[in-house]
Design a protein around this ligand. Structure first.
Ligand SMILES: [Ca+2]
Length: 331
């Protein structure tokens, strides 16, 4: 689906808006780019030109300033960005997710007991293991090639995609332009971070020929099977199926891109990640709160590499255990 002309954009935008709140994750998204000239066409398409902002952000001085920044720094057309941001929507659920209300209940006696057990039950499930094996088998060539090319153990490539998006079944349905615009201009908490991501998103659409209203992903702007933010996309995504596009919604491009990310983060191929230990025995140890007593794990440098993807011990341990479970079952 690489040839959807700009004239269909309003229909596409409407369709995306209508499906934006659906909960069915089992939908394969089409590649959100079109032919390679489209970014240039879009910048000059009549329906994208506006003398000023209308819509949700009609009177937003920060959006006007951001547009000015993109024009001066990156040479975007001002009337094009006016037209684009006139179609951006403020998403209330994104604001709520970014700013959860403070907990007002009684202070729990042991707030963390069992937190690892609960986390593990979400991501290291029978469904994750069996679907991980199926994903591996149906992409065996690409996974093998990525493992060899980048020096990353294949089971960790599979496990990351499993934990992030359940092997591509749950890549998110929020329009990225809306998510990043909302997080940049309607929430203070990480506005600077998200404004940089919005800048990278617009550069990404121009560089790669994506239609800026089309990519969808998580409420925080993460895209594709590996949930890359736009800055990571621009730095680390690879065209692993050699079709001329970097497309993180494509299984093979996502597999290569995740392996590239791990390689660039310092992954050591065929080296240990973590071992459970009964008690502190020197070296780096993490403690995880399990229902049947806390677990202690000796962790290796590769564990830190997983945490560069998502800075959480529980996340990295879930990826590690899912990787090991898939590898052992697949033997
Ligand atoms: Ca590709």
């Amino acid at each position: 689906m690489k040839n959807t002309g700009y004239k269909r954009l309003s229909k596409l935008a409407l369709a995306l808006a209508l499906t934006g709140c659906a909960s069915n994750p089992a939908v394969k998204t089409d590649a959100p780019y079109t032919n390679t000239n489209t970014s240039t066409i879009l910048e000059h398409a009549p329906e994208y030109q506006a003398p000023g902002l209308t819509g949700t952000y009609a009177n937003s001085l920060p959006v006007q300033n951001f547009i000015r920044h993109m024009v001066l720094k990156h040479g975007f057309s001002e009337s094009y960005l006016n037209g684009l941001f006139s179609q951006a929507k403020r998403l209330d659920y994104v604001i709520r997710l970014e700013n959860p209300p403070p907990y007002r209940g009684p202070k729990p006696a042991h707030p963390k007991i069992g937190s690892w057990t609960r986390y593990r039950r979400q991501f290291v499930t029978e469904a994750h293991i069996s679907n991980g094996i199926a994903f591996w088998n149906s992409n065996a060539g690409a996974i093998q090639k990525a493992s060899v090319t980048y020096g990353v153990d294949p089971e960790y490539i599979v496990a990351i995609i499993g934990v992030e998006t359940f092997f591509g079944r749950n890549v998110g349905k929020t329009r990225i332009l809306d998510a990043l615009t909302t997080l940049s201009f309607d929430s203070q908490r990480r506005a600077k971070f998200f404004t940089t991501e919005l800048e990278n998103f617009l550069l990404m659409t121009r560089e790669e020929g994506y239609e800026p209203l089309k990519p969808v992903g998580s409420w925080a702007g993460a895209m594709g099977l590996g949930q890359f933010m736009p800055s990571s996309f621009r730095k680390l995504a690879v065209d692993f199926n050699n079709d001329g596009h970097r497309d993180l919604w494509d299984q093979h491009d996502a597999i290569g891109s995740v392996a590239h990310y791990f390689s660039r983060s310092g992954w050591q191929n065929n080296m240990p990640v973590a071992e459970q230990t009964k008690a502190y025995s020197g070296g780096p140890i993490i403690e995880l709160s399990a229902i049947n007593g806390n677990e202690y794990w000796h962790v290796h440098p590769n564990f830190k590499v997983i945490k560069k993807y998502n800075n959480s011990d529980k996340y990295a341990m879930a990826v590690h255990q899912l990787a090991q479970a898939i590898k052992q079952r697949r033997l």
